[in-house]
Design a protein around this ligand. Structure first.
Ligand code: E4P
Length: 217
């Protein structure tokens, strides 16, 4: 399973990259705003800065919601760096744009996906990644992980190559469950990734080993 970090924070991206397990980064306009990155030029420069830290795909989202606008913005984003994947919302013109980019060799990430039907359309249009938002489904008392399971079944039924990128991951167990269900990628906050390290028996076992070593030395 690929690990992406879901942030526009350069320090956190560096920390995950230095851990040696990072395969990519996802951003969105809210994550950019959270870091205080505003204005088109600054946003474009920030994408390049992220690409220069990480070895892997970096999702950069279009703001336009019409086909022509998405194509115009997506081409600018794709020209920034070979690692850029153009993030397109799951709307009617978005599907047209994903098909256009697929036909023109530009990779896409279809975002804001909340149903199997939407994921099916994204794959039909040729999206490189589909991003089901599991945490936001959980927030409205709907099982987000079940959506990952259903998309996996449908994609496997037809051999779609679109990668399932589990997004809106809120905690460590989401990552573990997505791995069990066969998600191709998870994108998570650094805290959820680092949570995978933790086990109290590791901590107490290590403390004991170190204490025993000190007794004999
Ligand atoms: C990733 O591509 C999404 O933008 C992100 O995971 C959304 O997460 P949120 O629901 O925590 O905002």
């Amino acid at each position: 399973m690929k690990f992406f970090i879901d942030t526009a924070n350069l320090a956190q991206i560096k920390e995950a990259q230095e851990l040696g397990i990072l395969d990519g980064v996802t951003t969105n306009p809210s994550l950019m705003a959270k870091e205080g990155i505003t204005g088109t030029n600054n946003i474009l420069k920030h994408y390049v800065a992220i690409c220069n830290i990480v070895d892997g795909d970096v999702s950069a989202e279009v703001i336009a919601t019409d086909f022509e606008g998405m194509v115009r913005e997506g081409e600018i984003l794709a020209d920034l760096h070979p690692q850029i994947v153009v993030k397109i919302p799951m709307i009617k013109d978005g599907i047209k744009a994903i098909k256009y980019f697929s036909d023109h060799g530009i990779r896409t990430n279809c975002t804001l996906v909340f149903s199997v039907g939407q994921a099916l359309l994204a794959a039909k249009a040729g999206a490189s990644y589909v991003s089901p938002f599991i945490g936001r489904l959980d927030d409205i008392s709907t099982d987000g992980l079940n959506l990952i399971d259903e998309i996996r079944t449908v994609y496997d039924n037809y051999g779609y190559e679109t990668e399932i990128l589990a997004a809106s991951v809120r905690h460590t167990m989401h990552i573990v469950e997505c791995a069990k269900l066969g998600a191709d990628v998870i994108t998570a906050p650094l805290s959820a990734i680092l949570g995978l390290l933790k086990h109290p028996l590791t901590d107490s076992g290590l403390a004991q080993f170190l204490a025993d070593y000190k007794k004999g030395n």
